[in-house]
Design a protein around this ligand. Structure first.
Ligand code: 5GP
Ligand code: MG
Ligand code: MG
Length: 177
């Protein structure tokens, strides 16, 4: 029994086809690398990362970071804090940040800067979802799964009050009476 009505926006088969396609593109792009470090931003990217990594045919390692962003919508500025840092050094390595969804862009632009200062050999971003209508800060994104309208979505790692991450599809939450 669900607490909210959730309508399917992107069904499981479309998600899986796109994740496989992203994996093929990333594999082709990094041909010859000695190690591609996938950095998952917790917690939302973990299901996407698990599936994507299994479609990448390269020497891959995984590391994780938790960032939290405290909004101040009136000044449109935001403090991004690293709550859990990477376990390993990334200097000289090919690094791909894996994110669930880019909204305002604040989180990823700060995280991209923080990781960039550690002198990786290369740095790129792969996001499953992108909501360009809500962008406030520009951030380069090398791979995007789906561009979606300005709706609040859940599923496939993405939560509402920590629930619904285990849904196999991306859905939108419909407020109930
Ligand atoms: P931003 O790009 O605004 O800095 O932050 C992106 C983060 O906001 C995402 O990683 C995610 O945690 C959250 N977020 C953005 N849009 C949505 C949405 O539609 N649904 C949910 N559940 N979280 C979202
Ligand atoms: Mg996220
Ligand atoms: Mg969340």
């Amino acid at each position: 029994m669900m607490k909210h009505r959730i309508d399917v926006m992107i069904p499981e088969d479309e998600l899986q086809a796109k994740v496989a396609e992203l994996g093929r593109q990333i594999t082709a792009h990094y041909q010859g690398t000695s190690e591609l470090v996938l950095i998952g931003l917790l917690r939302g990217s973990c299901l996407f990362l698990a599936d994507l990594s299994r479609h990448i045919d390269l020497p891959v390692s995984l590391d994780f970071m938790t960032a939290s962003s405290y909004g101040n919508s009136t000044t449109s500025s935001r403090e991004v804090r690293v709550l859990k840092d990477l376990d390993d050094e990334i200097k000289g390595k090919d690094v791909l940040i894996v994110e669930d969804i880019i909204d305002s862009g604040f989180t990823l632009s700060k995280i991209r800067d923080i990781i960039g200062l550690r002198e990786p050999k290369s740095l790129a971003i792969c996001t499953l979802l992108n909501k360009p209508a809500r962008r406030e800060v520009q951030v380069p994104v090398e791979w995007t799964g789906f561009t979606i309208p300005d709706e609040f979505v859940v599923g496939y790692g993405i939560d509402y009050a920590q629930l619904y991450r285990n849904l196999r599809f991306i859905g939108k939450v419909i407020p109930q009476e």
